[in-house]
Design a protein around this ligand. Structure first.
Ligand code: ADQ
Length: 465
C-alpha cells in the first residue's frame, strides 16, 4: 500500500490533545489514523533563525514530521496573506480583507520552504495530500523540485465566486498553482462550480491549458466534491460511554432541568457569533415563555490571537453576553454562558448529547463539523434538533436541519423556537434523515474517495494519458 503523506500548515502534536485544533486537524488525524502515513507541517513554534530540519516522531501508524517557522514568516505568511487576505476572500467578508505584496511574497517563500523540507522525506510510491489555503502553491514548488508523485489538494474553506476572487491581485497565480495538482477537492458542488467557472474564464483559461492532463475540455485537473465527514460511532460513543466528565456533571447540575441550547465554535468572525447572540436575545424578547426555562451555552476558544479582528470580536461578544444577561437574568437563572475556552472532545459530545438544540449559524463556512458532531451525539430515541445556517457547507447535506439565514435575526429566533417546541415524532424523523447522510458519507468515505482519486491520477500518469 502506498504511503499517504498529509501536509497541512499546522500539525496537531501527538502528545497534545485536540482541544482547540479545529476542523482541519480533526479531519486529517482521523484520515491518517485510518490509513497510516506521514503528517508534515508546522509545529506551532516560531524561531528567530531559519527553519531547521524536520523533527520526526513516530506514534502508532503515524509519523509526525514538523518544522518551526521563522517569526517574520509566521507574521506575514500566516497572520498576513493566509488569514487576512485569503480567509476573508474565501468567506466573502471583505470588511476584514487586506492585501500586501510583501505578505504574498512571504507566503510563496514559506511554500518553497515546505517543499524543500518535505522533499527528503518522500519515497517514489508515496501519494501526497495537501490541505487548505495556506499551501496552494505547494504542488508547483514540489514539481519544480522534480517530484512526480500524485499530489492532491483539499480546500477546507469555501471556494469564492470569480468576482470575489478577483479582489485578490494574485488570483490568476493562485489558480495556476491549483492546476499543478492532479486532484483538487472541495466540500460542496457550489465550490466546485465556482472553481470551474474561475478556470474557464478566458483570461486564465489560456494559462491553464498548458497544465491540462486529462484531456477534459474545461478542467486542467481532476476537480471534484469530497464533503468531509465524521466518525459517527466514535462521537456517539464519547457522548454515551457513561464516563461523564466533571464538567458535564456540573453543567447538568446547574441546568436544573432547563432546556439547553448549545453553540461550539472557534472564536472566528465567520462563525456568526455576534448575530447568534442577537438571535438568542430576540428569542427571549419575542418568546418570553423561554425566560427562566432555557439556557444557552456558547463555547468559543480563542484562535489567531495575533490578528486584531479576532481580539475585537472577543470583546464584542463579552459585551453582548453581559448586556443580555444584565437584562434577562434572574436570581437563579443566567440566559447565556459564554465560555472562552476549549474542552476535550468527550466533554463536547456529552454537552451535545444533553442539548435540546444545537445552534450552528456561521455567516459562511466550508462545511462545519460541529453541525455533524451534534447530530451524531444525539439520543436516537429522543434527539435534539439542529438549527443550521444555509451558508454553511453542511446545509447541502443536512437538509433535515431547521435551516436559517444567520443574518435574519428574527428568522433565527423563530428557528430556535421551532426547534425548542418540535414534537418528538418530527425530531426523530429529521434525525433519521441526517444520521443516514452522516453514515453514508463518514470520515472513512471522505479519505477513501480522495485517496482513490489520487491512485487513479497515478494510473493515468503511468499510462501517459
Ligand atoms: P473550523 O473552522 O475549525 O474548520 P469546524 O468544521 O466546525 O470549523 O471544526 C471545528 C472542530 O473543532 C470540531 O471538530 C469541533 O468539535 C472542534 N472544536 C470547536 N470548538 C471547540 C472547543 N471549544 N473545544 C474543543 N474542540 C472544539 C475548517 C473549516 C470548516 C470545515 C473544517 C473541516 O472552516 O468549514 O468544516 O475545516 O474541513
Amino acid at each position: 500500500m502506498s504511503r499517504l503523506i498529509a501536509v497541512s500548515n499546522r500539525v496537531a502534536q501527538p502528545t497534545g490533545n485536540l482541544k482547540s485544533a479545529g476542523g482541519l486537524a480533526i479531519g486529517i488525524l482521523a484520515a491518517l489514523q485510518d490509513h497510516g502515513g506521514v503528517w508534515f507541517g508546522w509545529n506551532g513554534k516560531t524561531t528567530s533563525g531559519e527553519t531547521g530540519e524536520p523533527h520526526i516522531r513516530q506514534v502508532g501508524n503515524i509519523t509526525y514530521a514538523t518544522i518551526d517557522l521563522n517569526e517574520t514568516a509566521f507574521e506575514k505568511y500566516y497572520n498576513g496573506f493566509s488569514n487576512t487576505s485569503l480567509w476573508p476572500v474565501c468567506h466573502y467578508l471583505l470588511g476584514y480583507f487586506r492585501y500586501d505584496r510583501r505578505e504574498y511574497d512571504e507566503y510563496r517563500r514559506v511554500n518553497t520552504t515546505f517543499a524543500r523540507k518535505l522533499l527528503p522525506l518522500l519515497q517514489p510510491d508515496d501519494i501526497i495530500w495537501v490541505h487548505d489555503y495556506h499551501l496552494i502553491p505547494l504542488a508547483s514548488e514540489l514539481r519544480r523540485a522534480g517530484v512526480d508523485n500524485p499530489i492532491g489538494f483539499f480546500l477546507h474553506v469555501p471556494f469564492p465566486d470569480i468576482e470575489m476572487l478577483r479582489v485578490l491581485p494574485v488570483y490568476t497565480q493562485l489558480l495556476r498553482c491549483l492546476c499543478a495538482y492532479d486532484v483538487v477537492g472541495f466540500h460542496t458542488p457550489r465550490d466546485l462550480a465556482a472553481f470551474n467557472e474561475a478556470v474557464s474564464q478566458e483570461e486564465i483559461g489560456g494559462l491553464l491549458k498548458a497544465n491540462r492532463r486529462n484531456g477534459d475540455q474545461t478542467q486542467c485537473v481532476d476537480a471534484d466534491v469530497f464533503p468531509i465527514g465524521i466518525d459517527v460511532d466514535s462521537c456517539y460513543a464519547l457522548a454515551t460511554d457513561g464516563r461523564q466528565s466533571d464538567n458535564t456533571q456540573r453543567m447538568i447540575h446547574h441546568l436544573h432541568d432547563r432546556n439547553l441550547i448549545i453553540g461550539v465554535d472557534r472564536l472566528d468572525y465567520s462563525k456568526g457569533l455576534e448575530e447568534r447572540f442577537c438571535a438568542v436575545e430576540r428569542l427571549f424578547r419575542s418568546y418570553p415563555e423561554n425566560r427562566g426555562q432555557v439556557s444557552f451555552i456558547q463555547i468559543a476558544p480563542k484562535t489567531r490571537a495575533g490578528i486584531r479582528a479576532y481580539g475585537d470580536i472577543r470583546h464584542a461578544l463579552e459585551q453582548k453576553a453581559g448586556q443580555i444577561n444584565g437584562e434577562f437574568a434572574d436570581i437563579d437563572w443566567v440566559p447565556i454562558r459564554y465560555l472562552n475556552r476549549a474542552f476535550d472532545r468527550a466533554t463536547l459530545m456529552e454537552f451535545f448529547h444533553e442539548a435540546k438544540v444545537g445552534l450552528v449559524t456561521p455567516i459562511r463556512d466550508g462545511m462545519n463539523l460541529v453541525a455533524k458532531e451534534f447530530v451524531a451525539a444525539q439520543n436516537p430515541e429522543d434527539p435534539g434538533a439542529l438549527v443550521l445556517s444555509r451558508l454553511a457547507g453542511a446545509a447541502h447535506e443536512l437538509t433535515d436541519a431547521v435551516l436559517v439565514n444567520p443574518y435574519d435575526i428574527d428568522g433565527v429566533a423563530d428557528g430556535i423556537q421551532r426547534a425548542l417546541t418540535m414534537p418528538l415524532g418530527e425530531r426523530r424523523e429529521r434525525y433519521a434523515g441526517m444520521i443516514e447522510v452522516l453514515r453514508r458519507n463518514d470520515i472513512t468515505a471522505w479519505r477513501t474517495r480522495f485517496v482513490d482519486a489520487l491512485l487513479r491520477a497515478r494510473a493515468r500518469m503511468a499510462s501517459g494519458a
